[in-house]
Ligand binder design. Sequence first.
Ligand code: ATP
Length: 366
Amino acid sequence: MVRVYLHEVTKIFGKSVVALDKVELEVKSGEFMVVMGPSGHGKTTLLRIVAGLEEPTDGEIWIGDILVASPGKGIFIPPKDRNVGMVFQNWALYPHMKVFDNIAFPLRLKRLPRNEIEKKVREIAEILGIAETLDRYPRQLSGGQQQRVAIARALVKEPQVLLMDEPFSNLDARIRVTARAFVKDIQRKLGITTILVTHDPADALTLADRIAVLRRGVVQQIGLPSEVYDKPANIFVASFIGDINLFEGSIIGKGNETYFDGGDVKMQLPPNIGIPSNESAILGIRPEDIVLSKEIISNNDLIYVGKGIVEISEFAGGKFNVMVKLQSTEIRVVSSTSFRLGEMVHVYFNAQRIKVFDKQTEKLIY
Ligand code: ATP
């Protein structure tokens, strides 16, 4: 097992398309790192640079103790010598080859003896549960099976690092859940250092040991899934990883008497929140961190925000998506109980879960 380390990696396409901007990322040995970000923000470029399919413009890439790319030092180790397996977004299976030959392909390139190829292909097919498909063509397989063939082909040469580019995007929602569990399980069993890129927060939250969030080629935050979700570095990360209500306003008072004034949404903040008075701020709260009640609740963990009117209450399988209007401000709430339309409710925010961002920098300040 090896670590992968990107040190100040920059990639500029042509004269001015900055796909990666001084990316600093260390993937520990055996770690499952998920890199997420919107489309076109550099995720695929990052993988291709680690695989050696693309040269960085600047910076260093380390795989274990080997410096595999450094334009400054004139070093570039080609993909075939990097011991990295890659699963492409479209799986890139060879349609005219049977599954066996698809998986065997990288071993034949390495000119391994025939019996060794046979043994390795059967072994990895067994591990991935596709042993019975070896004689078929890719078109004769389900999407989930095709994906496993692509993973088998990446793993058969026993790479030190596994790279996966949006591996679930070709699968429908139901198979996706099974496929995710499967990928997680295989990664854990083999303990292989893995980088998976996706734009889907659900992939990131369920699979990752740690998540790195990219925006326009710049790393915004690297952390545990719970850290990225609960303590997002800025508004971009907060809204990309999940839904969040955001209210603009300002901080008033200090010490035990600190308030947030956002027009319709006004509330007392936890004591000694440490934000200077008169500061413009954006308050954020996730829909599941809001409590609605027909009666007044007395609970120190809840901050009273005001009375609202239920505008929407829809069943979403075991929970309800509710929209409450507080004067002219709409607030999204995930609730365990349903409400009648037009019903008056008291709105509370979970004090532990509110987030305050600086209005100018959009960075998390509390
Ligand atoms: P997606 O999820 O859509 O695949 P991504 O996050 O993987 O997006 P990249 O494919 O890494 O993003 O692209 C990052 C930026 O670099 C984009 O602006 C893209 O247009 C540009 N880019 C990528 N490859 C090239 C190339 N070969 N030549 C020129 N520009 C490129």
